[in-house]
Design a protein around this ligand. Structure first.
Ligand code: UDX
Length: 449
């Protein structure tokens, strides 16, 4: 049998084993997708509950399409999960997919999980094994882990292969990514990764070989660019509000220029989630350590514009209702940081709901998938199981996550349930003319009319 350890051998998909360390959002997706390509995959996680659920074919979070893929791959027998790190001994390639959250005492990323994952697998790595980091890390981390492995498992190597998957499109982005980026220190590591991804490369996917630091930087640069684009349009929204313009028309007009492009120019309450906010902060912290603080100073402003968007919505609520919100019921549509996800990490929607609640308003939140995670984070907020229950007798509706269900609401039906027909569209996703023609007072960020 040909194995990855052989220098010139080609990886045979059906008889090669991969391990995935960390089975959260990224790891569970990667494990199921790699299994669907024909590999035997061992998923390792320290959380026994998560391992138990995944082993039963149940996803601990919501991601369209991943539930059926997971079930199918578990049934195939190729995909297994365990808490036992010694299980990685069978694998040739090890993907490290653990989290790198913002540290509790600053902007930097907390690397505890990445470091302990690499330490935990080191004793079990076989001759020629390749450890492949996928987690988003500060530049320089990969080299330091490679140095660490040179001592603890000198017969193994380490590469970095950042992921760019979006929640809501995780399977699609893993199996048909718009590029594959690998940071390697030698040709052999690149060849192994080319073998692993051969079916994806065969689709014509661009392949980019980089050195370790560049591969790490690609990920944070991409997320910083995306965050900048969103904050740019939200800055334009502020100017439009001051000047009497309409940011949705402005975005459409500038987006036709192919150098600018129309995507990620949706003005509103800004970005959240487990990646963009913490990645730009960690990038700033790392640049400062490297003596390049000034180069990323603009990201501080990107972060500030983003957080200001949340405040601007609250200002509109106060101007529509009153400075004192204690008498009012506010119906919040949306808790997750974006639609088609149950992720409420750093969700602008939930932050706004919590701030209004803290200001004394009677806030009731609805979300198609995110109620349970939102309740865990903010147990004092009130939640409704249906839109009708949420908006009943409301003085104002806040549309904060653009779920399809909300975009398809019938304003005449909703109008019969509320106390006041006032709606604020925090995502610029509703049909303003339709709502207005049904007698609603309609506000949106960046649109003065
Ligand atoms: C992001 C990156 O897109 C992905 O490549 C990376 O791997 C992980 O981080 P994700 O966190 O799933 O993915 O969300 P994304 O689709 O990028 O949206 C981020 C946030 O920006 C959401 O809160 C979304 O509502 C907001 N957003 C997006 C806007 O406010 N306006 C836009 O025009 C686009």
């Amino acid at each position: 049998m040909k194995t990855l350890a052989g220098r010139s051998s080609k990886l045979m998909a059906m008889n090669s084993t991969l391990s995935v360390i960390g089975c959260g959002y990224l790891g569970a997706t990667h494990a199921a997708c790699m299994s669907s390509l024909g590999f035997t995959v061992i998923g390792i996680d320290t959380d026994p509950n998560k391992v138990e659920m995944l082993s039963r074919g149940e996803l601990p979070f919501y991601e369209p399409g991943l539930d059926t893929l997971l079930e199918q791959e578990i049934k195939s027998g190729r995909l297994t999960f365990t808490t036992d790190f010694s299980a990685v001994a069978d694998a040739d390639v090890h993907f490290v997919c653990v989290g790198t959250p913002q540290s509790k005492d600053g902007l930097a990323a907390d690397l505890t999980y990445v470091r302990s994952a690499v330490s935990a697998i080191a004793p079990y790595l076989k001759e020629g094994a390749l450890v492949v980091g996928k987690s988003t890390v500060p530049v320089g981390t990969a080299q330091s882990l490679r140095d660490q492995l040179a001592v603890t498992a000198p017969h193994a190597d380490l590469a970095w292969n950042p992921e760019f998957l979006r929640e809501g499109f995780a399977v699609e982005d893993t199996l048909t990514p718009n590029r594959l980026v690998v940071g390697v220190a030698n040709d052999r590591a690149e060849e192994i990764l080319k073998d692993v991804y051969s079916q994806i490369i065969a689709l014509g996917t661009p392949w980019i070989r980089a050195d370790l630091p560049t591969a790490e930087l690609v990920k944070v640069a991409a997320n910083s660019f995306l965050a900048t684009k969103i904050s740019f349009i939200n800055a334009m929204a502020e100017v439009c509000e001051a000047a009497g313009g309409d940011v949705t028309v402005l975005a459409k007009a500038i987006g036709y220029d192919p150098r600018i492009g129309s995507r990620f120019l949706q003005a509103g309450i800004g970005f959240g989630g487990g990646c963009l906010p913490k990645d730009i902060r960690a990038f700033m912290a790392r640049a400062e350590e490297l003596g390049a603080k000034q180069a990323l100073e603009f990201l501080r402003e990107i972060d500030a514009i983003n957080l200001r968007a949340r405040q601007r919505v609250i200002d509109v609520v106060r101007s529509d209702l009153s400075e004192n919100l204690t008498q009012y019921k506010i119906a919040v549509l949306g808790a997750t940081f974006k639609p088609d996800s149950d992720d409420v990490r750093d969700s602008p929607a939930l932050d706004i709901a919590a701030q209004l609640h803290a200001a004394g308003a009677n806030v009731v939140v609805h979300d198609p998938k995110g109620i349970e995670p939102a309740r865990k984070r903010f147990p004092n907020l009130s939640f409704a199981e249906s839109v009708s229950e949420c908006v009943k007798d409301a003085d104002l509706i806040l549309h904060l996550t653009e779920w399809r269900e909300y975009r398809e609401l019938d304003p005449s039906v909703i109008g019969q349930l509320v106390k006041n027909k006032i709606i604020i569209d925090g995502r610029n996703a509703l049909d303003r003319d339709l709502w207005r023609s049904n007698g609603w007072k309609f506000h949106a960020l960046g649109r003065t009319d």
